[in-house]
Design a protein around this ligand. Structure first.
Ligand SMILES: Nc1nc2c(ncn2[C@@H]2O[C@H](COP(=O)(O)OP(=O)(O)O)[C@@H](O)[C@H]2O)c(=O)[nH]1
Ligand SMILES: [Mg+2]
Length: 411
């Protein structure tokens, strides 16, 4: 298997990272075994919801994923989440968990920045009132920027000397310097392509170096803003301010604590709750035959409040949308490899679409094969209807996304 996609959760202390992580990982659906072998206390498995191929071929009743879940054609595909805790202002100088935090960050393919929009915590996460959360967005970006800048400037004169001596291209030299952030040539090339009329590296002044770093951050750390604690009465005005200031950003309004609470009530059989939706039903709505437990007045009021303050106002608690937005930023497409292209099984048994992996839109079919099986010799590739597919054909949603590979094992 190739490298898994990793989504990093960042944010100041007490913004709601752990709560969000809990709300994303403790899926109340039955889920399969964990697909990821690494055991790391900061990592957890989340589930990205996509349209499952089983719905398209009308075989949802036979769909039983090896990993994750499928409910009526809505598939939860496992995706790795990383809690990047410990970021405080001046982390790049070694404050808080400092560079440890920043190094963790390099593992992520994209970030979810959990922002406490209630303004009830300051930059360090201490309790306050009326704090402006816009500042958090600014200092967090600045922290990452200054960390990369510091690392680069420290060595800049020798980088330039070697660049000239070895007659390297700008891309080669920069790739060597930024490789430490888990950035491959393609990614660095993309960052450079965003700057029109880029002069050769040995001619860069400080301003140009800063522009390059900003551009690099854009491709290396695409960020979803999670405007969390939207259930709080002070949140509204802050949300508007942030959206006005960052109209280009991907923004999701969330109430992580509400999601955690609703899942708990659902597990305890007080409510029927469909995660990601605005629908919560109680015994009052569904009657005793629903098997739900009766509510006392206190609980009934709390549920009523959640409906009014969160679900009906915003359409959901937002947390499911967080991962969807991250996947959009990363341009991820689900691909369903099957053994038997005619009945979609894994070769034996009657269950369909056992596997699903996420790849970048536009990936070649052969690169998908490599990601799944490593270095094997492909004899042929079949798509829907048993049609032959070329190795260089590309993948998109609904296109070349159900695939069967015939291989000769190299072992
Ligand atoms: N009102 C409200 N409080 C929240 C929400 N999410 C988290 N919190 C609270 O904020 C505090 C910090 O949350 P935590 O997840 O530990 O933050 P972390 O330090 O970023 O991991 C806790 O008291 C949570 O209960 C939310 O959506 N709304
Ligand atoms: Mg935490």
């Amino acid at each position: 298997m190739g490298r898994e996609t990793v989504i990093g959760l960042v944010g100041k202390p007490s913004s709601g990272k752990s709560t969000t992580l809990n709300s994303l990982t403790d899926a109340n659906a039955k889920v399969g075994a964990f697909p990821f072998t690494t055991i790391d206390p900061n990592k957890a498995t989340g589930y990205l919801e996509v349209e499952c191929a089983c719905a398209r071929v009308k075989q949802s009743d036979l769909c039983k994923p090896n990993y994750g879940y499928c409910r009526d054609g809505k598939r939860g595909v496992p995706i790795m989440l990383l809690d990047v805790a410990g970021l405080v202002p001046n982390a790049h100088l070694g404050r808080g968990l400092g560079n440890k935090f920043l190094n963790d960050l390099t593992e992520a393919d994209c970030l979810i920045h959990i922002v406490d929009v209630s303004g009830t915590t300051d930059a360090e996460g201490k309790s306050t009132r009326g704090y402006d959360p816009l500042q958090d967005i600014e200092w967090l970006q600045d922290e990452i920027f200054r960390w990369i800048l510091g690392n680069l400037m420290e060595k800049w004169p020798s980088i330039v000397r070697r660049h000239i001596a070895t007659k390297s291209s700008t891309l080669e030299t920069l790739r060597a310097q930024l490789g430490g952030y888990s950035a491959n040539t393609q990614l660095v090339a993309k960052a450079l392509s965003l700057i029109p009329n880029l002069p050769p590296l040995n001619e860069w002044d400080n301003e140009m170096i800063e522009r390059v770093i900003h551009s690099f951050m854009e491709v290396k750390f695409p960020t979803v803003l999670s405007l969390n604690k939207m259930d709080h009465p002070d949140s509204d005005k802050n949300v508007s301010k942030i959206i006005l200031k960052y109209p280009q950003s991907k923004v999701v309004l969330t109430s992580a604590i509400t999601e955690v609470f609703l899942r708990k009530l659902s597990n305890q059989k007080f409510i029927k709750y469909d995660s990601g939706t605005e629908f919560v039903d109680t015994i009052d709505d569904l009657g005793p035959e629903s098997g739900l437990k009766p509510l006392d007045d206190k609980l009934r009021n709390r549920i009523e409040n959640i409906r009014d303050l969160v679900l009906y106002r915003f359409g959901s608690t937002g947390v499911i949308q967080l991962l969807k937005s991250a996947a959009e930023l990363l341009d991820l497409v689900p691909v369903f490899p099957v053994r038997n292209i005619h009945n979609f099984t894994g070769g034996n048994g009657s269950n369909v679409f056992r596997d699903c992996i996420l790849v970048k839109r536009g990936s070649s079919v052969i690169s998908v094969a490599k990601k799944i099986m490593g270095d094997v010799t492909i004899v042929s590739i079949e798509g829907l209807g048993g049609i032959k597919i070329g190795e260089e054909d590309t993948v998109d949603i609904g296109k070349n996304d159900i695939l069967s590979f015939k291989v000769i094992s190299s072992h």
